[in-house]
Ligand binder design. Structure first.
Ligand code: XMP
Length: 200
């Protein structure tokens, strides 16, 4: 853990929002609530590739009950500042969710396009219910109205990185100070694609 802390101090362009300890504590709290709500139901976690994979792994390990999990993959295409809202399916779920309680897991709820599309898509498999669990919810107007049922942290409308989507190897979540590029990309790339699901 000492290395992590040293790494967190390396670059003052980054602003640490959530330390590894805080993330793990929050995940345990979320799971306690989910377990209480889901008692007696057959639970399947459906994680959105690839940004939510680490979050899913930590969530699953915090559970004290049996559950199943699966993955769904989508792409959305757009410019660096705004998605055009075209979501296409890249990987279908492979389990039978009919009659089951589905918990859709993603890293960030931003415009709502991705989770809105997936939630609608999953209805065709007749699950008993579809609830949404996100680690981060951006405080901004949604383009598609989507309500998350379980939220790790609410954050302002800033670009974040680490642990989730981008820079998954970092155990913490950081945001950039105004006008800064993520340290690992500085000098290596001019552009910085944020909303391209195809880059996930
Ligand atoms: P929508 O807009 O469909 O987008 O709710 C959700 C997905 O967009 C990605 N996203 C981000 N990725 N830092 C990232 O690394 C961010 O600040 C950010 N905002 C949105 C992410 O993959 C999320 O699941």
């Amino acid at each position: 853990m000492a290395d992590v802390e040293a790494n967190m101090k390396i670059d003052d362009r980054r602003k640490i929002l959530f330390t590894p300890q805080r993330i793990q504590k929050r995940i345990r709290e979320m799971v306690t609530r989910i377990e209480a709500d889901q008692q007696g139901k057959e639970l399947v976690l459906v994680a959105v590739l690839k940004g939510s994979v680490l979050f899913l792994a930590d969530l699953v390990r915090a559970f004290s009950r049996q559950l199943a999990f699966d993955f769904i993959g989508v792409s959305s295409y757009g410019s660096s500042l705004a998605s055009l809202g075209v979501v296409t399916l890249e990987k279908e779920i492979s389990s039978d969710i009919r009659g089951k309680s589905v918990l859709l897991v993603d890293d960030i709820l931003d415009t709502g396009r991705t989770l809105g599309w997936i939630k609608e898509h999953l209805r065709r498999f007749s699950p008993q219910e579809v609830k949404i669990c996100v680690l981060l919810e951006k405080q901004r107007p949604r383009v598609i109205e989507v309500q998350a049922d379980y939220i790790g942290f609410r954050i302002p409308d800033v670009f974040v990185y680490g642990y989730e989507d981008k820079f998954r190897h970092l155990p913490y979540i950081a945001s950039l100070r105004e006008g800064e590029k993520p340290p690992a990309l500085t000098g290596r790339r001019k552009g910085w694609r944020v909303w391209g699901r195809s880059t996930r």
